[in-house]
Design a protein around this ligand. Structure first.
Ligand SMILES: [Zn+2]
Ligand SMILES: [Zn+2]
Length: 148
């Protein structure tokens, strides 16, 4: 191993110094090597962690929630939708199940509970007029009777 070569324990290869990033405040190279860092990043992204970064951002910017608060709400609801009590079945990019959506009062901004994609859509569509739900139900019942 020459003076400009560095051993990466992760991939077990000895590589030239340029295959490693610099560290701030240190002359020692950052480990693992660039290739291993990239591989890690891809693996994390595939595992959904890359998504968690942006999810945390959305939580913070849109709902003023931390990831920890979200995880606590999720635990309180046992991972289930606050309305239908089901686990999320809708899938997002890459086929991974979507996260339960944060429902909030659109006027006050107050966070309510976590909802599945479907219930969140229904809640959003009904908006400030929950009485509409009774009419939707009456409509569906009437047609179900007609069909049945
Ligand atoms: Zn490496
Ligand atoms: Zn639901």
């Amino acid at each position: 191993m020459g003076p400009d070569e560095v051993f990466c324990r992760k991939c077990g290869e000895t590589k030239p110094r340029v295959a490693f990033y610099d560290q701030p405040h240190s002359t020692l190279p950052r480990r693992p090597c660039k290739a291993c860092i990239l591989t890690d990043k891809r693996a994390r992204y595939a595992a959904g962690d890359g998504d968690r970064v942006s999810h945390a951002q959305v939580l913070r910017e849109k709902y003023n929630l931390t990831s920890a608060q979200y995880e606590q709400m999720l635990a309180d609801q046992k991972g289930r939708c606050a309305i239908c009590g089901q686990l999320e079945t809708a899938r997002g990019r890459g086929g991974t199940p979507r996260r339960l959506a944060v429902d909030h009062d659109h006027r006050s901004g107050v966070v309510r509970q976590l909802l599945c994609h479907r219930c969140n859509l229904v809640t959003w569509a009904v908006g400030e007029n929950p009485a509409l739900l009774d009419e939707v139900r009456a409509y569906l019942d009437a047609h179900a009777r007609r069909a049945g």
